[in-house]
Design a protein around this ligand. Sequence first.
Ligand code: ADP
Ligand code: MG
Length: 406
Amino acid sequence: MRTLADFDKDFEAKYTLDENFSNVLVRVDYNVPIKDGRVTDDTRIKASLPTIKHLLGKNLAVILMSHLGRPKGKDPAFSLQPVVKVLQDYLHKEVKFIKGPPPRPSASGYLDVLNQAGGLLPGSVALLENVRFNDGEEANDDDLAQGYARLGDAFVLDAFGSAHRAHASVTGITKHLPSYAGRLMEKEVSALSKLIDTPSKPYWMVLGGAKVSDKIGLINKLLPKVDGIVIGGAMAFTFIKARGGQVGNSLVEDDKLDLARWLIQIASAIGVKLQLPTDVVAAKKIEKGVETTVFPANRIPEGWMGLDIGPDSQKDFAKALQGAHTVFWNGPMGVFETPPFDAGTLVVGKAIAELSGAFTVVGGGDSVAAANKLGVSEKFSHVSTGGGASLEFLESGTLPGIEALS
Ligand code: ADP
Ligand code: MG
């Protein structure tokens, strides 16, 4: 993967001879939550600042581009406009918002976009409108990729959270410009690589969330490397049912029961501990402050849903993790969005954050939100900005965006 260090060398060697070299396009991940026109969590914007500042330090103009959500057409609710103010506050300078038309050479009005980009002064910053407003972004249309490429003289990919997508603004554009990985890409790849290549033992994986099917690839890949796996969240019920337990109305993937049985067998054959909840906090519906009862995890009555790990399991999980040297956490232990079902996630998240001397990584949108809510994200060795991207990287050791920079 070519990085900003390579960019710097190239910049010294040839770009400085090219007097017209001035604009660097940076693909960032500003897929941030927005409510009433305001950004409600700017973690991803902050994570992009080191790369932007590095380039501004070379007196280049920086053109940022990102997607936001999954718009159908050009829905103004998905405009990146609200990001401008946040960026301006962090960078202490004006950020020009380039609305469009679509940056596709054949589109009428493309020249206008080209002129706006061409007119940027050294050291200035611009943000393009949501790349998913452009037809062909997700289909990786080459005409569109060329249209982007003409706006700049070099390309930096710093959107780790999107690097698993072979889209025009992620991989397509790299065919048309000298391309490099930004600081965030480097940081993510180096932290996540440690989980695959050189994990210090004991190594535990903590998994939760809704579905086993989302995390099967990850379990398969990491099972031979870990010493134990803690499983909470709804995904635990598929394992508990596979062992013959009664899970009431809890969320279960019935078509994954055989797979769960097989994983239980493999884990026991290779000596990997599988720690499942022994008790659960259950309710009849998912609602704030609803009446709850604690049941043994394998004897949940009909009509009741297990929505969080119980008090015994909280203690057991925290205890299992004591002494771990490496921990990867993905997926909340319960329906943490709705108190009181956040208790298990908070206890386990805190237990991981407070392991001393351990290399701890949290990944996944909901898990990172839980760590932020707890106020412990700073105690993790690494908080991954990618959900799907971090899981896919751990599964395959690379991503389409990384390949495109190699
Ligand atoms: P991440 O975004 O960290 O990868 P997931 O998206 O896989 O995590 O899982 C998060 C979701 O799992 C949350 O919406 C949460 O409510 C849900 N969840 C966790 N435990 C349960 C449970 N016992 N029953 C139903 N849903 C659950
Ligand atoms: Mg999620």
